[in-house]
Design a protein around this ligand. Sequence first.
Ligand code: ADP
Length: 479
Amino acid sequence: MQTACFIDGSFVPARSGRTFAVTNPATDAVVAQVADGGVADARAAVDAAARAFPGWKSMAAIERAKPLRKLAELMHRDVERLADLCSQECGKPLAEARVEVAYAASFLEWYAEEGKRVYGETIPASDPAKRLLVLRQPCGVAAAITPWNFPVAMVTRKMGPALAAGCTQVVKPAEQTPLSALAIAELSVEAGFPAGVLNVVTGLDAPAITEAFFDNLTVRHVSFTGSTEVGRILLARSAANVVRVSLELGGHAPFIVFDDADLDKAVAGAMASKFRNAGQTCVCANRFLVQRRVHAEFVARFTAAVAALKVGDGRAAGTQIGPMIEDAGLHKAETHVADALAHGAHATTGGSRVKVPGCADRFMAPTVLDGVTPDMLCFREETFGPVAPVYTFDTEAEALAIANDTPYGLAAYLFTADGARIMRMAEALQYGIVGVNDALPATAQAPFGGVKHSGLGREGGHHGIEEYLDLRYVSWRVG
Ligand code: ADP
C-alpha cells in the first residue's frame, strides 16, 4: 500500500516529515499513516506537472490513449484490492466499492477514445485572402480536489478528461480517503505514464495544499467535487489568477413518483438512489414527492424494502448500509429526523442510530419518514444520510413548484408513464440531470453537473473534455 505523496513519478514523504492516520469509519481501526503534505509539497507537484506538460501535450492523442487504457485494465485486474481499500477508508459496502472501481475505470477507457476526437474547425472568411482556423489546445496544468464519498471514481472522472486532453495534473484527495488515489498513482507507473503527468498530494491542511493551485499561473484549471461552502471559497480564490474552475457541489434531489408510475420500478429506483453509500452521495434522492393515489402503496412497499437492508461494516458479507463517514454526519441525519418527528412526521422504519456489534457508534438506521412537510429541515437541506422523507402531493404543478424550491439543482428523478409529462417535467425542472424512470443516470459518456448552487461545468461526455481545452483562433492571411 502506498502512503507517500506521488510527485514527479516517485512516492515521497511530506517535506515536513509529518504523517496522519487514515481510519476505517466502521471500526476506527487505523488503515495507514499517510504523508501529511502541505503547500511546499503541492508546489513541487505543480512544478513537476508544469515540466511534464510540454512533452505530454505534444504527444499524439493516440499515444496518450495507451497508458489511459492500460490504467483502466489494471484497475479491472486489481478490482478486489482496490475495492477493499476503498471500503476500508470510506466505509461503503464492498459490493458498491467494486461497482465504483469499474465506474472509475470507465472514465479512463472512454476518454482514452474521446481524446482522439478533439477536432479543430475552419471558418469561412469574408475576406478571400484569409483562412480562419480554430485549434483546441490543452489549457495547462490541471488541479483536482476530490471528496471522500467516491475515493476512486472522483479521481478518474477528473483524470480521464484532463490527461486525454493533454493536460498534466495534480490531485488532492480528501483527507479521509487518500489511499485510493495513491493506489491509482501506483498503477499509473505500471501503466506507463511519463513522470510528472499525474501527481498526488495528500494532507490534512486542504487550504494550504490548494494554495499552490491558485498562486501559480501554470495551473489553468481547478476541478472540485465537494460541498457548496468550499466550492464558493475556491471560486473566490480562482479570481486571483483568473483560473477556470469546475465545481460539482451539493444537491437536494427530488424523487417524484406520479400515480401512473410502475411502482415496482419506482421502489427499486428509490432504493438504488437513496441508499447507495448510506445516502452519502450528492445525487441521491433527498426528498420523495409521491402523488396521493399511490402514496400509501408506495410507502408500504418502500418501507418493507428499507427495513430489510442489512447495516454493518462495509467489509462484512452482505452489508448494504455502511457507517456514516464521520460523527458529524450521523448527528446531522439524527437532527433532521428529530426535527421532522417533532413537527408531525412519523418514521415507518428506522428513525435512530443503530449499534453494530464490534463497530464504532456511527451507524444510522435506514429510515423512511412519512407525513413530511416542505418546511421541515430534511426537506430544506441536504441530509447526506440514509433518511428518506416522503411528502404527498396532488398535482404536477405542485410537485414541480416544490421540487424547484431550492437553491440546489444537481439531480432530479421522476417516475411516470406519461410521455408528455416526462417532456414537460424534464424541461421545467431546474436541474442539471433528470433521471426519468432511471435512478442511476451517471455514466462516463454523459455530462454530469448542476445548476444554481450545485455547481459550474460538466464532467463526462465530450462536454467534460471541453473544460480542459482552450480555443486558439488563428487568422491566416494567405494572399
Ligand atoms: P465534504 O463535506 O463532502 O467532506 P468538502 O467540501 O469539505 O466536502 O471537501 C471536499 C474536498 O475539499 C476535500 O478534498 C477537502 O479536503 C477539500 N477542502 C475542504 N476545505 C477546503 C478549503 N477550505 N480549501 C480547499 N479545499 C478544501
